[in-house]
Design a binder for this molecule. Structure first.
Ligand code: RIB
Ligand code: CA
Length: 309
């Protein structure tokens, strides 16, 4: 049983990642912590609760965290995810409660009291960096952090140099990457190979379930921006790769490298400087995933989603 906390800014791709985790019997979701990112915090926490209700899991504890990055102004991505953050399907006002505790305090309290917790980070790293700053003792308590963020060979998706999650809060990313924690990074180099093509989206619609239909409607909306921008045959499913890595690490390949985060130059702010060829001599601080078996990834998603309502 893998015990995880999902830190997230839903976001259609975050939603698919949360559904995959809730569909996996080998994963125990200790809590979901929302952060401002794709859309403001009031929407990311609400969307996280909508997804839990969609999966028939109103028992999951959802917490609200940081409403803005540590130092910079919040940058959001409604141009990708729509005004609600979950554009595509019809949404509703969730009935399940938002937990009163701040997400950062939940993360600290859980790590201090529970062994072997994996942090699955799907948005800007603000909550994680704030927890590490407020409670440095938790760093050695974290079993692993698997995060979606960064890019190297693919460049950036928000600026030519930076991927969105890192760009939104580069100072938080710098803290996390320097904390000496077992870190697995799912960058654009691999997520741009996980394209939700028409046949793959049709497989969700064809499930005949509420979750299948909802997912297909989310992906139909989510893909339009990336297909227009990259001319790709589908939208890249970024965040579910974090959860899929826990379930099937064998479908991914990567390398232990040194990654530094740019926080000095506005031109390259939030760039993940990935020493893939080991030219700097700097100590490796992350496993950087560069490739995946995309058919195996989507087969996993479809197979697991069949257990959802
Ligand atoms: O750059 C892609 C990442 O930014 C994904 O996590 C997406 O949900 C947004 O948060
Ligand atoms: Ca996200």
């Amino acid at each position: 049983m893998q015990k995880i906390i999902i830190d997230t800014d839903p976001g259609q791709d975050d939603a698919v990642a949360i559904l995959l985790a809730l569909a996996a019997p080998e994963i125990k979701v200790l809590g979901i912590t929302a952060v401002a990112g794709n859309v403001p915090l009031a929407l990311t926490e609400k969307n996280a609760r909508i997804i839990c209700e969609l999966a028939g899991r109103p028992d999951i504890k959802v917490f609200a965290g940081a409403a803005r990055p540590m130092k910079r102004e919040l940058v959001t991505a409604e141009y990708v995810h729509g005004k609600t953050g979950l554009n595509g399907p019809e949404l509703w006002e969730p009935k399940m409660p938002l937990q009163p505790q701040h997400a950062v305090d939940f993360i600290i309290e859980t790590l201090r009291s529970t062994d072997d917790v994996i942090l699955c980070v799907l948005g800007p790293l603000t909550n994680i960096a704030m927890a590490l700053t407020k409670a440095p003792d938790i760093a050695v308590r974290i079993k692993q952090i698997v995060l979606m963020g960064g890019g190297c060979f693919e460049g950036g998706n928000t600026t030519p140099a930076a991927e969105f999650n890192i760009y939104v809060d580069p100072h938080a990313a710098k803290i996390v990457f320097a904390a000496g924690i077992d870190l697995v990074v799912m960058p654009l180099d691999v997520t741009h190979k996980a394209l939700a093509t028409r046949p793959r989206v049709a497989a969700f619609a064809g499930m005949g379930t509420k979750v299948g239909r909802f997912t297909a409607e989310m992906l139909d909306f989510f893909e339009r921006f990336d297909m227009a921008k990259y001319g790709s045959e589908g939208g890249p499913l970024h965040d579910p790769n974090v959860i899929a890595y826990l379930l099937a690490p064998e479908i991914y390949t990567g390398r232990d490298v040194n990654i530094e985060i740019e926080t000095a130059s506005e031109l390259t702010m939030g760039m993940t400087v990935v020493d893939w060829w080991g030219v700097t001599g700097r100590t490796p601080n992350a496993r950087y995933i560069r490739d995946l078996d995309s058919d195996a990834f989507f087969d996993l998603l479809v197979r697991r989603f069949k257990s959802l309502p």
